[in-house]
Design a protein around this ligand. Structure first.
Ligand SMILES: C[S@@+](CC[C@H](N)C(=O)[O-])C[C@H]1O[C@@H](n2cnc3c(N)ncnc32)[C@H](O)[C@@H]1O
Length: 255
């Protein structure tokens, strides 16, 4: 696993404080797609449990897996006791049983490409559902966006996480829909956008940036400096587009 993939634990409590949660609408979409009752779910890279808790709230028995011990410590403070937690990277997770649903929130792109989909397939019941979702917070006002870009450019020239298979940003079908469609192991690959708009105070937005992997890559002193510059460039309130892109697929009945 890369250092960047495991950078979040150093800021686990900040992550929990400043990252937005996931809306119930997203769970509604997943359950409607499944079409039959979802009783069990395996979560990949559960972090501090922001997605875990919205699925567990529907009575689903969630097994939350996460490689980073510090993230798991935070997660255990926020999820019900019905959630089973396991400290494992996706690649090392023992395949001892299957689930109705396997899901990943802003984590699938950190997993190794090799055997990614055969592993997901081996963890799903026949006809079981895979869901992957996420979306970076983007500044809505282009003038503010430009001011922030200038303020961070010396230390953080680019804060995007690149598409793992190189799918261009303007392609209709985004990753991992592209890979899911290519594997031949899944049917009915779908991509849906769930609108999420937020307004954060300037300091809360900077708190959020302090949990973004591109910022976690730079030395703490430089991070402090760049976050200070970004704060100075922001208005008191920052309007954000945090739309979530949800990918869904069903494990083929035929293997
Ligand atoms: C951006 S965070 C998302 C956390 C949480 N799912 C959420 O939506 O808030 C990415 C998470 O993926 C985890 N991760 C990194 N590499 C992983 C891997 N190979 N297998 C599983 N999880 C991984 C990180 O430790 C981190 O908790």
């Amino acid at each position: 696993m890369t250092e960047r993939a495991l950078s979040f634990g150093s800021v686990a409590s900040t992550y929990e404080r400043f990252r937005p949660g996931y809306p119930d609408r997203l769970v509604d979409e997943v359950l409607a797609y499944a079409g039959t009752p979802v009783r069990t779910a395996l979560e990949i890279g559960a972090g501090t449990g922001k997605a875990t808790r919205v699925f567990a709230a529907r009575g689903i028995e969630v097994t939350a897996t996460e490689p980073d011990a510090a993230m798991l410590v935070e997660l255990r403070k926020h999820v019900p006791s019905t959630v089973l937690t396991l400290q494992h990277a996706f690649e090392d997770l023992p395949v001892t049983r299957t689930y109705d649903l396997v899901f990943a929130a802003a984590s699938m792109h950190w997993t190794e490409a090799e055997r990614r989909w055969s592993r997901v397939a081996s963890l799903l019941d026949r006809g079981g559902v895979f869901a992957s979702f996420g979306g970076q917070l983007k500044i809505a006002d282009p003038a503010v966006e430009e001011a922030v870009r200038a303020a961070r450019s010396e230390h953080v020239p680019d804060d995007d996480v690149p598409s793992p298979d190189g799918t261009p940003e303007d392609s209709e079908l985004q990753w991992p829909g592209t890979e899911l469609a290519r594997t031949g192991r899944f049917t009915d690959v779908r991509q849906t956008t769930i609108e999420r708009r937020l307004v954060l105070s300037a300091s809360d937005y900077v708190g959020h940036l302090a949990t973004v992997s591109a910022y976690l890559q730079i030395p703490p002193a430089a991070r402090e400096e760049v976050l200070g510059r970004v704060l100075a460039a922001l208005p008191a309130e920052v309007a954000l587009n945090g739309d979530l892109v949800l990918h869904l697929a069903r494990l083929s009945e035929v293997t």
